[in-house]
Design a protein around this ligand. Structure first.
Ligand SMILES: Nc1ncnc2c1ncn2[C@@H]1O[C@H](COP(=O)(O)OP(=O)(O)OP(=O)(O)O)[C@@H](O)[C@H]1O
Ligand SMILES: [Mg+2]
Length: 412
């Protein structure tokens, strides 16, 4: 649940819709104006006790940590698939349990928002929220387990453990994630996701992508011209510039973020990367001149050389340019994006399996995550929290650095 970028502008955090017309308030009432009690009662989610989740995760054992974000740690656990009671390891159904860390900078409000949205929305490209726990100060969320972890792990962790994603798998993943966003933006749902980034794109065993983390989601405006005034939240590098500047949120913010991730997928580089040469630290600034001159081959991830046609690469390059248009009106909508990506799905893989074998124990806890539990070692996300205290101030705007880009490559 990301809020690495937290820009405090004096804007209304409630979902005020500004638009040229339209009066569709039902949706915002459905999703935003309900009290917490109502949300929890009316959801079809299981209300787990803390002791059940403690048992399911074997006392939140450090070696069952799947990852750590701003909300807290995510643990692997087991429950009975029928009764949802805690089960023995490797029996029943695998779950991912996210536990709010009270020292973290995200909290109860996002926990409620996650339940409010993900508890009601069902789609093959959205991760399934199974339940929650609210007991004393404990706040937890229970999800279906996604065996391949996040797109972030596959794209950016250089290790012998994680094989580089092939071109075909990259295209499959971006299409799945695009379908998830298209569903959110559809007229009957009208939700702005606000946190589209590789760590929130989770992968099942077939590399089908599912969006997770709805802690920042908002009801969209009632018509195409409208916007929602919000406190600016998101992750630096992924939020659209006009949103960062004004706090005016429209679905085009998600399209911009989609373009950023598409560029990361093409290049295998993070949007912001302090470890690169100065001219290459800002991926968009570095890559756009090549894309505009149709020299996409100069920026492609060298690990997928020979796996794609130049026509496909150009098509994706052009889509990136459109999604990153400075003027949001020139960005495509998600229906158009899905249609473009669907046309690129039919290329046959050049040799090798389409799906690399799932690693031992289906996405086991990795060495990097374990390291963050070593008191000798300040883990990546712990550094994130200390970064928050060192926010960059620009004219009343406070930007917390994108800490995901500071994660070092995993040790092999
Ligand atoms: N349902 C799940 N199945 C398997 N792994 C998961 C699941 N949910 C989260 N993870 C793992 O835990 C990691 C941390 O997830 P989390 O959503 O808390 O933070 P994040 O997305 O990495 O960062 P941020 O807080 O900035 O959004 C993910 O990157 C992923 O590797
Ligand atoms: Mg996440």
């Amino acid at each position: 649940m990301g809020c690495c970028l937290s820009i405090q502008i004096k804007a209304d955090e409630s979902p005020v819709h500004h638009s040229g017309g339209g009066n569709d308030r039902a949706q915002s009432e459905r999703l935003n104006l309900r009290s917490e009690g109502e949300i929890l009662q009316s959801s079809n989610l299981k209300n787990f006790s803390y002791s059940d989740l403690n048992q399911a995760t074997r006392n939140f054992r450090p070696d069952s940590v799947l990852g750590e974000g701003g909300f807290g740690c995510v643990y692997k656990g087991w429950i009975d698939e029928h009764t949802l009671a805690p089960a023995k390891p490797r029996s029943g159904m695998v779950i991912a349990v996210k536990r709010l860390n009270h020292e973290g900078f995200q909290g109860h409000k996002e926990w409620v928002t996650e339940i409010n949205y993900l508890g009601q929305l069902r789609h093959p490209n959205l991760v399934n929220l199974i339940g929650y726990c609210i007991e004393d100060e404990h706040r937890l969320l229970v999800y279906e387990f996604m065996p391949r972890g996040s797109l972030e792990n596959h794209l950016f962790r250089r290790s012998s453990y994680v094989e580089p994603l092939s071109w075909n798998l990259r295209m499959k993943i971006v299409l799945g994630a695009a379908k998830g966003l298209a569903f959110l933006h559809s007229p009957k749902i009208k939700v702005i996701y606000r946190d589209y980034k590789p760590s929130n794109i989770l992968l099942d065993s077939d590399f089908d992508a599912k969006l997770s983390d709805f802690g920042l989601a908002k009801d969209g405006p009632c018509d195409d011209q409208g916007y929602v005034s919000t406190r600016v939240m998101g992750t630096q590098g992924y939020a659209a510039p006009e949103y960062v500047a004004t706090g005016h949120l429209t679905p085009k913010n998600d399209i911009y973020s989609f373009g950023v991730v598409l560029l990361e997928v093409l290049t295998g580089r993070r949007v912001l990367d302090e470890n690169r040469a100065v001219k290459e630290r800002d991926l968009i600034k570095w890559a756009m001149p090549y894309l505009r001159k149709e020299k996409v081959s100069r920026i492609m991830d060298t690990r997928i050389q020979g796996q794609y046609s130049s026509r496909s690469a150009k098509t994706i390059g052009n889509l990136v340019i459109q999604c990153l248009s400075v003027d949001p009106r020139f960005r495509p909508n998600m229906v158009e994006v899905v249609s473009t990506l669907e046309q690129l799905q039919d290329c046959k893989p050049k040799g090798g399996d389409l799906y690399p074998a799932v690693p031992r124990d289906l996405y086991p806890v990795n060495t990097e995550v374990k390291q963050s539990f070593n008191p000798q070692n300040q883990g990546p996300k712990n550094r994130r929290r200390s970064n928050i205290a060192n926010e960059i101030c620009k004219g009343g705007i406070v930007i917390s650095p994108d800490t995901t880009s500071s994660i070092p490559p995993v040790l092999s």
